[in-house]
Design a protein around this ligand. Structure first.
Ligand SMILES: [Zn+2]
Length: 486
């Protein structure tokens, strides 16, 4: 019998957002301990769901579920959250009668008060207790800021390779299978990383230069000695010394091969770094373009994406739709619990005077002050039905569908990144019948909406932080780094 402890500790920190991510923010998504974990994640198409699924297929493996803590991306995490999760994990590791391996689902770009590299620190603490030989396999986000410490103390790491992150589940499966292979004595894990002095903006892996990186990495994996090869983007909006891109190669007992792969991939990225740029246009230009086009145009409010920690109530694109009298436009989602509550009180069929959005900070734009027709009200609970995080249930709180000057706006009580069409369908709106769809999402929406959208445009609307790396005010990242130092 082999015993494997599983855990999750995930949050993506945007250090350019004021305030803190608190224990309440973790509770709002999930903060579960021990026996609560398996029933909650069983069947989920995410990393910890994958750990459970792979390990439970084996009669000779026992799972110790320890802690699963996950919060929406946002500002720096409070120290007490880290201390709490660390204490739970350490206690479970110490009290286990037997323990053969540890599997952890991290994001990899979390920043805690006073700790720049919490994942690395946590791995260091665990390693101190379990010793050098126990396998610790981790899954991570494509946007992990991979550090030397993570590489030193983890045995193997499996970051997502795709953005949109359609391979979350796959990364969890790879990590869990690698764990079983180590425990079965089938592989001798070797990991090499190479940090690159390059900051990458939010770019999809469905286009160049990432398609070439992905192709090269996949080709290396055809070698039976190669466990995995990957290129990670990093998350420049978590401003830490070791922020930036990273390449990773993992082999079965072959350090030379791992080094050769990281060298090759690193050179490839270095040569293509000038292609790591975003094309973004203003809200006025974006709405004008969308109106002139046939078919369905998605306008992505890439900056106001709660999935990268933004407030979710920026108003400029909505103002622009109203100004330009856009027809058949739908919008998801405006974070405004006050207006959602006001609409719920008035009820469907009512017309109310609203001051919508623009409440978090003056920089996100002024509220939309208008007459709004309340089309429907719901509890905001619906499961993802498309490829990303299939089956994971969203909780938007009291949710209202408002129609303002012909624009249909979903108003939510919780911050939410819309990437699954179900956000509309669960509210009685068919997105495939719209002309313009506005989504507060940077890239993830492309996986599902790309199936029926004719065009997808990245829009740069005013917010509390700046998407432009040069303008962002990066201070802590090691220099020189591209593109700040040419
Ligand atoms: Zn990510």
């Amino acid at each position: 019998m082999k015993t494997v402890l599983i855990a999750e500790f995930k949050q993506e920190t945007n250090t350019f957002i004021a305030g803190h991510t608190t224990v309440e923010d973790f509770k709002a998504r999930n903060l579960l301990v021990g026996d609560e974990i398996l029933p909650y994640f069983q069947g989920n198409k995410n990393e910890i769901g994958a750990f459970i699924s792979v390990l439970s297929q084996r009669d000779d493996v026992k799972i110790i579920p320890s802690v699963a803590a996950n919060a929406l991306p946002g500002p720096t995490v409070k120290r007490n959250v880290y201390d709490y999760v660390q204490a739970l994990l350490i206690e479970d590791i110490q009290k286990a009668d037997t323990l053969d391996g540890i599997l952890i689902s991290f994001h990899g770009a979390m920043v805690v008060e006073g700790i720049e590299d919490p994942e690395g620190s946590l791995l260091e603490d665990i390693r101190y207790i379990v010793g050098d030989t126990m396998p610790i396999c981790i899954s991570m986000d494509f946007h992990a800021n991979i550090t030397e410490k993570m590489a030193e103390y983890a045995t193997l790491m499996f970051p997502f390779r795709r953005y949109p992150h359609i391979d979350m589940y796959e990364s969890g499966v790879l990590a869990a299978r690698a764990m079983l292979d180590i425990l079965d004595g089938k592989i001798q894990p070797v990991m090499r990383i190479k940090k690159l002095p390059i900051l990458c903006p939010l770019m999809t892996t469905d286009e160049e230069p990432f398609t070439s990186f992905l192709k090269a990495a996949t080709a290396f994996e055809e070698d039976e000695d190669v466990i995995s090869a990957s290129v990670s983007a990093g998350f420049p909006y978590a401003d830490i010394a070791e922020g930036g891109m990273c390449v990773i190669a993992q082999t079965n007992g072959n350090p030379a091969k791992a080094e050769q792969i990281t060298e090759t991939l690193a050179n490839m990225v270095e040569e293509a770094k000038h292609q790591l740029q975003l094309t973004i246009i203003s809200p006025a230009e974006a709405v004008k373009t969308a109106k002139a086009q046939e078919g369905i145009t998605v306008l992505a409010d890439v900056v106001d994406n709660p999935g990268v920690g933004s407030p979710g109530d920026a108003t400029e694109i909505l103002h622009e739709l109203i100004r330009q009298k856009a027809k058949n436009a739908i919008y998801a989602t405006m974070y405004d619990p006050q207006v959602a509550e006001q609409a719920a009180k008035a009820g469907p069929g009512a017309t109310i005077q609203v001051s919508l959005g623009g409440k978090s900070d003056p920089r996100v734009g002024p509220p939309v002050v208008a007459q709004a027709y309340v089309k429907s009200v719901s509890d905001g609970i619906f499961p993802n039905k498309d490829v990303m995080s299939h089956g994971v249930v969203n909780h938007l709180g009291t949710t209202a569908v408002l129609v303002i000057d012909g624009v249909t706006v979903i108003v939510a009580s919780n911050r939410y990144q819309p990437w699954d069409p179900e956000v509309f369908r669960s509210n009685g709106i068919e997105p495939a019948e719209a002309s313009i769809i506005v989504l507060k999402s940077s890239i993830h929406y492309r996986a599902a909406f790309g199936k029926f959208a004719t065009d997808m445009i990245a829009v740069n609307a005013p917010n509390v932080w700046n998407l432009d790396l040069q303008e962002l005010g990066i201070k802590n990242c090691r220099r020189p780094v591209y593109p700040l130092d040419k």
